[in-house]
Design a protein around this ligand. Structure first.
Ligand SMILES: C[S@@+](CC[C@H](N)C(=O)[O-])C[C@H]1O[C@@H](n2cnc3c(N)ncnc32)[C@H](O)[C@@H]1O
Length: 493
């Protein structure tokens, strides 16, 4: 399909027109791939921008249109449905994507109404053919008759009788996620549910972490960056691209809550030896990198594992890039090599090894570690600021299978930990089914498990105590971070 069908133009004119339409066409291509091929916007968009030679304002516009449309899609669909004489689920997918892109421009950007409608009609002709242009024009002209504030009361359910339905449309979330956020906030939901949902639609600034065993944060941080509030390793860029700094190995992109989760495990009180650490679900390696730096300082040895070899490879890269001459991977990468070389006894020196291993059937001995991190696979509903499509892709029916895996991995983490050692259970989700419910179920079935006071370990962070009081829950609207959950557990025997 070509973006430059239309009136006859000379070659130069065609090229100018093609370039003018490129940001919208690129946003459209990402939306279509996200919906049709389950692509990830944060991976596909940078690739298309590079392939199409887009930078500066064009790249910024394509990014804004892509992410803004994916975030606002629930609200836009409600408004489009009110403006269309055909049900949205009967439309050809390309037509629906063009309408969503158009609605976003009309309702949430400073693009003028005439330009938003005209460029959408052009795009519709290019991706769906001439015959749909009248329909797209008519629907978007109806959308353009009101601004977003005027549309919302017309398309949202009555907040008195259906408060969650109203918030779902207003803030563009599936209803089940609104309910899950309400459950996660507990008594605070009355005041905080709406801010929590709104915060999930903000674009986060880029946060990085220095390497604990490398040059200190204040030496490597650009002048315009701001230190994070609680992590001593974090800083936030006001603007600009972190790539150059990341390439030096002195810093890596990592949300502050993710840094705090790794720090909580490393700082939890522990009696006895403290030299053997395990990161059981380590890929792509954000927390493993931080734990590795802390292990080097503490004289501990880190084993970092992930089920998928390609994810383990990302961890290996993350540790290798960290700006410290310490070595990685020296014990071999496979569970067999690990068994052979370490025979279950880890080296008594600071360092790390990375391997592909299944945490459910681990190659390591029971009770081999003093500290164990189980940063388990989860719905990712705590990182919606970064992954705008996640809310539409996950469904409530995914949760039971995830919770089953999470319970298994937590039990395995507890088995890997020696009596008296500490296990950190972490998710990038605030949803009770995969956070507090999992931990209380596992701890409740084994009297040898004690739940530690995680908020006390993160005492410097205000408002981190979750409604189940021994668990820590960070939130975008309270802490400006991802919504990460942290529980700390100890085996007593
Ligand atoms: C939430 S991510 C971990 C993020 C990572 N800790 C970080 O900070 O970058 C969960 C990881 O668990 C891995 N995983 C899934 N099932 C696993 C299993 N059975 N054993 C070990 N790792 C597993 C996934 O491949 C994924 O990389």
């Amino acid at each position: 399909m070509s973006a430059d069908r239309g009136p006859r133009r000379g070659a130069a004119g065609r090229d100018t027109a093609r370039r003018a339409g490129l940001p919208r066409r690129t946003a459209y291509d990402v939306l279509a791939a996200v919906e049709g091929r389950q692509a990830y916007a944060n991976l596909l968009l940078p690739r298309l921008l590079a392939e199409r030679g887009m930078a500066g304002r064009d790249a910024a516009l394509a990014t804004e249109l892509t992410y803004g449309t994916l975030r606002g899609l629930g609200t836009y669909d409600a408004i489009l449905a009110a403006c269309s004489d055909r049900p949205l689920d009967k439309l050809d997918p390309p037509v629906l994507q063009v309408l969503r892109l158009g609605a976003h421009q009309l309702l949430a950007t400073r693009v003028g109404a005439h330009a938003a409608v005209a460029t959408s009609v052009d795009l519709a002709k290019a991706v769906a053919g001439q015959r749909v242009s009248g329909y797209v024009n008519a629907v978007l002209r109806r959308v353009a008759t009101r601004d977003l504030d005027a549309w919302l009361p017309l398309v949202t359910p009555d907040p008195a009788t259906d408060p969650d339905g109203c918030l779902a449309v207003r803030h563009s979330y599936p209803r089940w996620i609104v309910r899950a956020y309400r459950d996660a906030l507990g008594a605070a939901a009355e005041a905080e549910l709406e801010p929590a949902l709104a915060a999930g639609n903000q674009r986060p600034r880029v946060t990085l972490a220095a390497f604990p065993a490398g040059p200190p944060r204040d030496e490597i941080m650009p002048e315009t960056a701001e230190p994070t509030r609680w992590s001593p390793y974090g800083f936030t860029l006001q603007a600009g691209d972190p790539a150059a700094l990341v390439a030096t190995g002195a810093a890596a992109v990592q949300d502050e809550a993710s840094q705090l989760a790794a720090l909580a495990l490393a700082q939890a009180p522990l009696d006895g030896p403290d030299t053997r650490w395990l990161d059981m679900c380590a890929g792509p390696g954000g927390k493993a990198r931080l734990l590795y730096g802390l292990a080097l300082q503490a004289g501990a040895y880190l084993v970092a594992a992930d089920l998928h070899p390609h994810r383990a490879a990302l961890v290996r890269d993350a540790l290798a890039r960290a700006s410290h001459p310490g070595s990685t991977g020296e014990e071999g990468d496979s569970p067999a090599a690990f068994r052979r070389t370490a025979a279950g006894n880890l080296p008594l020196r600071p360092g790390a090894t990375v391997m592909a291993a299944d945490g459910r059937r681990p190659p390591w001995r029971n009770a081999a570690f003093d500290r164990v991190l189980a940063d388990v696979p989860c719905s990712g509903l705590g990182a919606l600021r970064r992954r705008p499509e996640a809310r539409w892709r996950k469904s409530e029916s995914d949760l039971p299978a995830l919770a089953e895996l999470q319970r298994t991995l937590l039990r395995s983490a507890l088995a890997a930990c020696r009596p008296g050692g500490v296990v950190g259970y972490v998710t990038c989700s605030p949803v009770p089914a995969e956070t507090s419910d999992v931990v209380t179920a596992v701890a409740g079935s084994d009297p040898a498990i004690e739940i530690l006071d995680a908020p006390a370990v993160l005492a410097a962070v205000p408002g981190v105590r979750s409604p189940s009081p021994r668990f820590a829950q960070l939130w975008p609207h309270r802490h400006g971070t991802d919504a990460i959950f942290v529980a700390l557990l100890r085996r007593t025997r």
